[in-house]
Design a protein around this ligand. Sequence first.
Ligand code: ATP
Length: 345
Amino acid sequence: MRATVATIGSHSALQILKGAKDEGLRTLLLCIKGREELYERFGLADSMITIKNVEDLLDPKIQEKLLDEDAIIVPHGTLISGGKLDEFEKHFRPKVFGNRFIFKWEYDRELKDRILKEAGIRIPQRFSPSDSIDRPVIVKLPGAEGGRGYFVARDSKDLERKLKSFSQKGLLKRGEDEEIFVQEYIVGVTVYPHYFYSPLNSKVELLGCDRRYETNVDGMGRIGAKDQLELDLVPTFRVVGNIPIVLRESILMEVFQAGEGFVKASKKLVKPGIIGPFCLEMVCDEEGRLFTFEFSGRIVAGTNLFVNGSPYSDLLYAEPMSMGRRIAREIREAAQNGKLTEVTT
Ligand code: ATP
């Protein structure tokens, strides 16, 4: 069997390479120029191809090299945020582990909304900016990413006032009003379960869970509400890192139901459906209800917490099983059984 696990040098690359080595597979790193030394320190890449940026993956010469190595690309957040997803879908010739057609669904708020609704899971209510809004909302401006450029508003009046101030400051251009995404703000604790769906055995596994630590929203509790008001503090959502979380066992049923609903919806809307790792981003409110506001159709950076396995993967496997290793195992088993077409697109 000849299969080489390849990935771009960033995000969760070290975990992916380590997982592939643990499963006895060859590894290849697409290393962004200037970062070679970092990855050499860990010695996990059997070979490296230097690239200038993610767009180089569309370069026919680089693709040729990957094809020569029988490389299977494991996509992660850097690939998805590199733009040109349509071109990647159509013109990237090497095999991609996972469903390459789902990445744009993660990027596009309308498509994301559609697949989460189809999954039949609880999602925050969506509003149009002109609706009469009677509860706190989070407003996601066009082009905002990674929680930057988001703000919360108390109700319709507050929203109108804030949007007006954004327009006056030139932060919101004419015509962009239609693209503003307004969603009910769920007060609670964020939880991000890491799932793996295996098309080889049709099972959804829970391999870990984290919550993001975001500034300044997660730091606001350190000062009293009165001081927050006096300092005129507004919550922002920039990710600083990830914290492991083990969920109350009674919540797990709903976590699995949500994961299974998502797999079903993906099979219906984005054929062949989700393959391998995915994540649902949830908030658990004071009544213990889970609201899913976002998904990732590939490995998430929060899995880097569990290079040596997590409490959940320990229950499933008698050996350390990171998400990176689980991916490599699926590739190895598929390759050994002549089923690579079932786990790649
Ligand atoms: P990324 O691509 O990194 O996931 P993003 O731009 O898609 O980021 P979201 O993940 O949608 O942004 O949101 C960023 C943060 O905003 C979340 O981690 C969460 O803290 C908060 N958030 C988003 N939607 C809601 C909501 N409906 N209720 C409460 N908090 C929310």
